[in-house]
Design a protein around this ligand. Structure first.
Ligand code: FES
Length: 121
């Protein structure tokens, strides 16, 4: 088991995304009810970065087509419902989904000690 430093504890805040690189991956960190959580910075819809996504009530919304994920479990909660923030009518969602089925975000185990966040691999 290895441990990789990700960020100082104070850099990761509720309601915000903090992008870091570790182990050759781009990750997004945030906090939910004080707990630090990490997901891969790659939307499973088109593998696009989610650095500019929105964090709301423990979820992360993809900035490209609005898919929403649980920020800690990665569970998909809503799939492709907008384009660049503009809502899509229900009939067009399947077109924008382009045949891709709802999928979760990959998550990572994060621990916190001595004012730092670590990726446990
Ligand atoms: S790239 Fe994220 S919802 Fe399409």
């Amino acid at each position: 088991m290895s441990r990789v430093e990700l960020a100082a504890s104070g850099e990761v805040q509720e309601g915000r995304l903090h992008a870091v690189s570790a182990e050759g991956r781009s990750l997004l960190l945030t906090r939910v009810a004080g707990r630090a959580c990490a997901v891969e910075n790659r939307c499973p819809h088109f593998n696009l970065p989610m650095t500019r996504g929105r964090v709301e009530h423990g979820t992360i919304r993809c900035p490209w087509h609005g898919s929403r994920f649980d920020a800690c479990t990665g569970e998909n909660l809503d799939w492709v419902n907008s384009v660049a923030g503009l809502p899509l009518p229900a009939w067009s969602r399947a077109l924008v989904a382009a045949g891709r089925k709802p999928a979760p975000l990959k998550t990572f185990n994060v621990t916190e000690a001595d004012g730092k966040l670590y990726l446990e691999a």
